[in-house]
Design a protein around this ligand. Structure first.
Ligand code: ATP
Length: 287
């Protein structure tokens, strides 16, 4: 399978650069795009899906270049962050309609049946959209994105608004799709990336500040994540002083974790998780 090559992409809005010379090489499988609000993720997604044209730079996948938007649209399936559907028609009707809009004339019924099976919605195919849960609607969203068997699937904020069970189910579905395609998951929810992606890029203010494996990122923070223990009173004092990432109350004591480049008295090093490594990276990028 080909690699997606994003080469020095810049997007300017007047003098403001929403993206500044972004270069990424994305292999098949699950790729995460992480960053705070305003980092430029949505702009990059929109460029990838040909909704917006870059100011400069090129994108290629095999012999397709982004100068050929029609060819790119055959290649890409997109589930945007804000996804709405006609509420009063059934799942099958909506997917058949979208297949028609995509210009699929042959094998339309079969394609709809196949995607319904992939996203596990066969039993709900005759339900109206308004009768579905949030998780099911997201799955219809994925179904419409993969109707034409795209090689690249772009998903923006995949689990926003879903309850914990639906999140887990939706992440499993994405992981499944990553076995056959390049799946790009854009989010500011670290957990979404941690549980399903192998590699990731972190964007901040239009720049790539990290690009690599999850392991490399957590290793970068290995010397700067600490665990401490304190009484309730001391813990509440510490909240004001430190950036506490997580805490646990056990046997009348608080155990809590902190990212700090300075050693902390009485603290011991712990192996960072992705959220801690991300906090570390954001702190470093401010320097
Ligand atoms: N059409 C536009 N005109 C001017 N500025 C824009 C436009 N679209 C985006 N921007 C700016 O570009 C920057 C990046 O926006 P973008 O939506 O890509 O960020 P994001 O990382 O996706 O954040 P969010 O999660 O909030 O959508 C922001 O500062 C935004 O205000």
């Amino acid at each position: 399978m080909s690699e997606l090559l994003i080469d020095t992409i810049t997007k300017s809005y007047k003098k403001y650069k929403a993206l500044d010379q972004i270069t990424l090489q994305i292999s098949p499988g699950m790729f995460g795009l992480l960053g705070p609000n305003g980092a430029g993720k949505t702009t990059l997604m929109r460029i990838l899906t040909t909704i917006v044209e870059p100011t400069a730079g090129t994108i290629t996948f095999g012999d397709v270049t982004w100068k050929q938007p029609e060819a790119v649209r055959q290649l890409i399936g997109y589930l945007p962050q804000k996804f709405s559907l006609y509420k009063h028609i059934t799942v099958t009707e909506v997917l058949t309609h979208i297949a028609t809009m995509k210009g699929m004339t042959r094998r339309k019924e079969q394609a709809v049946a196949d995607v319904l099976e992939k996203v596990n919605l066969q039993d709900h195919r005759h339900k109206k959209i308004k009768e579905l849960s949030g998780g099911m609607v997201r799955r219809v969203g994925i179904a419409q994105a993969i109707l034409h068997s795209p090689k690249i699937i772009v998903v923006d904020e995949p689990t926003a608004g879903l309850d914990p069970q639906e999140r887990i189910r939706f992440r499993k579905l994405l992981r499944q799709l990553g076995k056959e395609a390049t799946v790009i998951v854009s989010t500011h929810i670290v957990e979404d990336i941690e549980s399903i992606c192998d590699t990731l890029a972190v964007l901040k203010k239009g720049h790539v500040i990290f690009n690599g494996s999850l392991q490399t990122l957590t290793e970068m923070a290995a010397n700067d994540v600490w665990e401490m223990e304190a009484s309730k009173e001391a813990f509440f004092d510490a909240i004001d002083e430190l950036d506490i990432i997580s805490s646990k109350y056990e046997n009348h004591r608080y155990r809590y974790r902190v990212v700090s480049t300075n050693p902390l008295p009485g603290a011991k090093h712990v192996t960072p998780n992705l959220e801690e490594a991300y906090m570390y990276l954001m702190g470093q990028a401010q320097r």
